[in-house]
Write a protein that binds this ligand. Structure first.
Ligand code: SAH
Ligand code: SF4
Length: 368
């Protein structure tokens, strides 16, 4: 019964090494296991030819390698693929592959739902159930790779970039996210370079401070408003961590990180007549004048849980131009996978909301 067995996919590289040592083995066995699992996609210990027979037999008895099961796959006309994965108890999380000319980006989820409840986000509208475990997060990468090819699977274009921009707030699931990040960066596993892994956050300032020095990957901050008054409404966690505190924590992180050439990516969802005027753009430029950053403008992706609208192209262009003229690097993100509800903020999965049932579990008590 695999249920009683230890799932090695639930371990970061260090834990896996400790596990091997606990079996009386040398720590390097962990590097062999990592390679088999994440570079070749092998989950049967008997196929791991460089691991001695008696150890393979012992591993078969006590351990397993198990990712969540894929329950559906949808392909968009633009090549985007969305998978729904079963994480038990009738709950689903979604992961999205965005193929481009020069890269294959996978957008992964870190929580079942999200407790931050940004007013424009489909995931937030569903409520929050729980943090995803390590195997449920890295398992998304494993499942996607099992469809499009592992690094050593002979495929021309394996997954090249990971963005934690799916369902959930990664920094409210810090320890698991750190273990996953180590698997993504490890040369024995996915071997991605640090600039190709992005953690996106709504701005949990104390956790951003904690990240500094513990991990070095690209950081994206979902800002969405140039002042606290507006951000309090759009990103409710702002009532707890104000813009200044968040930007200070980001600068702290950048002091110790060179993953993204010392810059943070500022994400700004453009909502028609809410945060998209040229005055907002000037205010944003003033706010960010001392923050090394590039700015991603994300025209709002509509969904059935929101009345916000995407601005007209001319409003988007005007906003862009103001920032560009100040000298910022600005990119307006093109919508991908809209026809299969796989674009930013459209991911829904299937969530049994625990916050609704438990009034004590408000965002204030969930953050560190
Ligand atoms: N919780 C994290 C990461 C997941 S959300 C965060 O908020 O950063 C990933 C990005 O999608 C965020 O920048 C988020 O603000 C944006 N987003 C959410 N809903 C959206 C929508 N309906 N349209 C466009 N972008 C959206
Ligand atoms: Fe959560 Fe990010 Fe959606 Fe906000 S935008 S509700 S933080 S997933």
């Amino acid at each position: 019964m695999s249920d009683n067995k230890i799932n090695l996919m639930n371990m970061g590289p260090e834990e896996l090494s400790d596990f091997c040592v606990s079996l009386g083995e040398k720590p390097f066995r962990a590097t062999q296991l990592l390679k088999w699992i994440y570079q070749y996609g092998v989950t049967d210990f008997n196929e791991m030819s460089n691991i001695k027979k008696d150890l393979r037999a012992h591993l078969c008895e006590i351990a397993c390698i198990r990712a969540p099961e894929i329950v559906s796959e949808q392909r968009s006309a633009d090549g985007t693929i969305k998978w729904a994965l079963n994480v038990g108890d009738n709950q689903l999380v979604e992961t999205v592959l965005i193929p481009e000319e020069d890269r294959n980006t996978l957008c992964i989820s870190t929580q079942v739902g999200c407790p931050v409840k940004c007013s424009f986000c489909r995931t937030g509208a569903q409520g929050f159930n729980r943090n995803l475990k390590v195997f449920e997060i890295i398992g998304q990468v494993f499942c996607a790779a099992s469809r499009v090819g592992f690094v050593r699977g002979g495929q021309e274009k394996p997954i090249s970039n990971i963005v934690m921009m799916g369902m959930g707030e990664p920094l409210l699931n810090l320890e698991n996210v750190l273990k996953v990040t180590k698997i993504l960066l490890s040369d024995y596993a996915f071997g991605l370079s640090k600039r190709r892994v992005t953690i996106s956050t709504s701005g949990i300032a104390p956790v951003i401070n904690k990240l500094a020095g513990r991990v070095d990957v690209a950081l994206a901050l979902s800002l969405h408003a140039p002042n606290d008054e507006l951000r309090d409404i759009l990103v409710p966690v702002n009532k707890k961590y104000k813009i200044k505190e968040v930007l200070d924590s980001v600068k702290n992180y950048l002091d110790k990180s060179n993953a993204n050439c010392g810059r943070v990516t500022i994400e700004y969802v453009l909502l028609d007549h809410v945060n998209d005027s040229t005055d907002h753009a000037h205010e944003l430029a003033r706010l960010l004048k001392d923050v090394p950053c590039k700015i991603n403008l994300i025209p709002f992706n509509s969904h059935d849980a929101s009345d916000y609208k995407k601005p007209s192209n001319s409003r988007i262009d005007r906003f862009y131009k103001v920032l560009f003229d100040y000298g910022f690097t600005v990119v307006t993100r093109t919508t991908r996978g809209d026809d299969i509800a796989a674009a930013c903020g459209q991911l829904a999965g299937q969530v049994k909301d625990r916050i609704l049932k438990n009034q004590n579990a408000k965002i204030e008590s969930i953050t560190v």
